[in-house]
Design a protein around this ligand. Sequence first.
Ligand SMILES: Cc1cc2nc3c(=O)[nH]c(=O)nc-3n(C[C@H](O)[C@H](O)[C@H](O)COP(=O)(O)OP(=O)(O)OC[C@H]3O[C@@H](n4cnc5c(N)ncnc54)[C@H](O)[C@@H]3O)c2cc1C
Ligand code: FES
Ligand code: FES
Length: 456
Amino acid sequence: MNIEFQLNNKNEMIEVDPSRRLLDILRDDFGLTSVKEGCGEGECGACIILLDGKAVNSCLLSAGMIAGKSILTLEKFNETDEYKLIEKSFLEAGSVQCGFCTSGMVMSTAGLLNVNSNPNETEIKEALSGNLCRCTGYQMIIEGVKLAVEKIEKEIPLVKSQSRKEEKNKEVPSKQNVKLQRKSLVEILNILDDRDVTIISGGTDLMVKNAGGSGVKPKFKNEPLFIGALEELKQIKLIDNEIHIGSAVTLNELLVNENISEIFKKSISEMASFPTRNIATIGGNIINASPAGDTLPFLYAVDAKLVLKNKNNERMISIKDFILGPGKTIINSNELLTEIIIPAKIYDVNYYKKAGSRKGMTLSKASMIGMISFENNLVSDVRIAFGAVASTVVRSRELEEKIIGKTNQEAQSVYFDICGEYEKLIKPIDDSRSSKKYRKDVCLNMLRDFFVKFDK
Ligand SMILES: Cc1cc2nc3c(=O)[nH]c(=O)nc-3n(C[C@H](O)[C@H](O)[C@H](O)COP(=O)(O)OP(=O)(O)OC[C@H]3O[C@@H](n4cnc5c(N)ncnc54)[C@H](O)[C@@H]3O)c2cc1C
Ligand code: FES
Ligand code: FES
């Protein structure tokens, strides 16, 4: 397959197997060795590059996902004034020892500065959440980035940085010259009707599940079909008090959308790392139907509806009827998940907790979402859902209804009763990450915590 894209400000066209990892293409075909391979699974950040200005893990991208896109690696970024100040700051702050992680750290920093020119320490930590360093120590790297932010602000003032951007844009050959080579929704649905394919959206799950190792292309079950760049699947619209989210909307796109509630954003912000969230999609998370899928507790809690399309028809189904068990859904092979519909309602009290061993980069051991609304001092609505502690999300409308219509004080009095009932529904498993007793205890503690929170 011929793929056209921009690499370090130059138009390129390569004939390539669309499954090949971008990481291998950059290193082996273009000799861009600043792009390192650490883990090959999206965990270490050594392979981070900028894709259309956003930091992403090149080990999680395949050739088919870069058609019409711009890629920037350290080999070109190091010509900028911004890079020179980052380099100087890293040296001053002692942010480098062996240097293996450094190009990934620098590209993550560049990605951060593209969206936030004056990040605080929390935002810096968040942007570097997907970068591991085995020797320097993170504080020195964070200090290096803080210093770079100060220097860039002082030495490249806004006016200059604006004209710098314009200058940079002048150098870039027009993206219009790069053919987009992307299929339309109709073409995708025709292909799904015609043959068995492997749908790839963000690819963050499939690239890891089907990885062949360094330099070896991932082996997908069927011909890969890339849907992640489809404009029709990338919209977020508010229609009649409902939010329609395209299935290829990425987790980070949800995080910056004004229609998405803060509590949904909280659960998303604790998923994966910043660069992985730049490519991972909500649709992929749902179709995986993993008991530990972190968008699911919220989507179950709000009774999300899913739109499934094939060549001739469309159907809508609630998420609880869509997911049958771990990795199992009712989607047919000729269907595409196109849209997720959630109510725009905001609750008065919102609670979300995820237990995992490393924030954002680990599968949930247990999670809980709780939302409650009051009207005239009575509970008018309540939603409680637990993730990762049964084959699918645990939610019981029957138990929620025991709280509805009660005053706050009355609601507190049914806590023990409800807690006992949830204890029966929560059926975690023992595995290498934690015991079922730990998981159950954590859930019941979260439930207690939620009741305490709305009692205030
Ligand atoms: C380092 C790392 C950390 C992670 N951390 C978390 C985490 O904290 N929490 C969490 O929940 N997940 C996590 N994940 C898993 C993964 O990133 C998410 O599940 C992500 O949302 C998957 O989306 P995707 O677009 O990348 O899926 P893909 O890999 O593209 O697809 C996943 C599955 O969905 C199918 N599919 C995708 N879109 C559609 C569609 N529109 N219609 C029909 N089928 C479709 C694909 O065929 C495939 O079977 C992590 C993954 C990595 C690599
Ligand atoms: S090689 Fe580790 S994140 Fe890509
Ligand atoms: S400096 Fe050695 S891994 Fe970070």
